[in-house]
Write a protein that binds this ligand. Structure first.
Ligand code: GLY
Length: 256
């Protein structure tokens, strides 16, 4: 069974952390509707939704991806790189406990799940303003016994590694080469974002389809030309909070 763990949008999302974006008013009702539609897309792709209640005091808590790294064999509870986001992990750890053995990143390590891109048995971790070498070393210690390789990747100009590059098919990545070195990813084929859509590289591959924001029509056309099957949805209010489609869920297999 494929589980998608999500969290209701915080009523306080307008006070979210912003690093590279200017602050714009967020329509909370619309954000909730878009988030519900996102969950419906995940359900249509075969996910069972494990929906966590809103955290009114934690503006960024809808972005559950940043709180954990869930692999088949274990889950790592992160230590988010923004102080305001540190309290987000406790309830996610509790929710993940029935599914996985948990490991915890400790200070001075900081890491956001948005910086973690797993491709097969390789885990790429962005060295961004949120994630550091101390955390990468701890992740290595947790996952190497299970046969994973871990590689730190320089990221510049965007919040997370997955702002710059995500997987859109078994052997294909969607990438903004201005923010990450395209040579990092070995034999993977690369589709470039449209030059007018710098933020368009975040896509969420679920089974055989990709959940993709309607905010980037030019890049959407490129993906379609490459034969990538899309489930498009409007997440414009969540994008204003410097979020994206991968950020809003933790997706993993669960065997009863
Ligand atoms: N607003 C998302 C983040 O800064 O983590």
């Amino acid at each position: 069974m494929l589980i998608a763990m999500t969290r209701e949008v915080s009523p306080n999302i307008e006070n979210c952390a912003l690093t590279y974006l200017e602050r714009h008013a967020i329509d909370i009702d619309l954000a909730r509707t878009q988030h519900r539609q996102y969950e419906e897309s995940l359900a249509a792709l075969g996910c069972q939704i494990h929906h966590l209640p809103a955290e009114p005091d934690l503006p960024d808590s809808v972005f559950v991806e940043d709180t954990a790294i869930v692999l088949d064999e274990l889950a790592i509870i992160t230590r988010p790189g923004a102080d305001s986001r540190l309290p987000e992990t406790a309830s996610v750890a509790k929710a993940l406990e029935p599914y996985r053995k948990l490991y915890h990143i400790k200070a001075p390590g900081t890491i956001d799940g948005g910086d973690v891109l797993r491709i097969g048995k390789t885990i790429y971790i962005g060295l961004s303003s949120r994630s550091n070498l101390a955390a990468i070393d701890q992740v290595k210690g947790f996952v190497q016994p299970y046969g994973y390789a871990v590689e730190g990747v320089s990221v510049a100009g965007c919040l997370h590694l997955k702002s710059a590059v995500t997987q859109v098919a078994k052997d294909t990545l969607l990438i903004n080469r201005d923010w990450v070195d395209a040579g990092t990813f070995g034999a993977m084929a690369l589709i470039d974002v449209d030059p007018q859509e710098a933020h368009a590289a975040n896509a969420l591959l679920v089974s055989e389809k990709v959940i993709y924001p309607t905010s980037y029509p030019r890049t959407q056309e490129r993906l379609e030309k490459h034969g990538i099957l899309l489930a498009t949805g409007d997440v414009s209010e969540l994008i204003k909070a410097e979020g994206a489609v991968t950020c809003c869920s933790l997706i993993f297999q669960h065997r009863d």
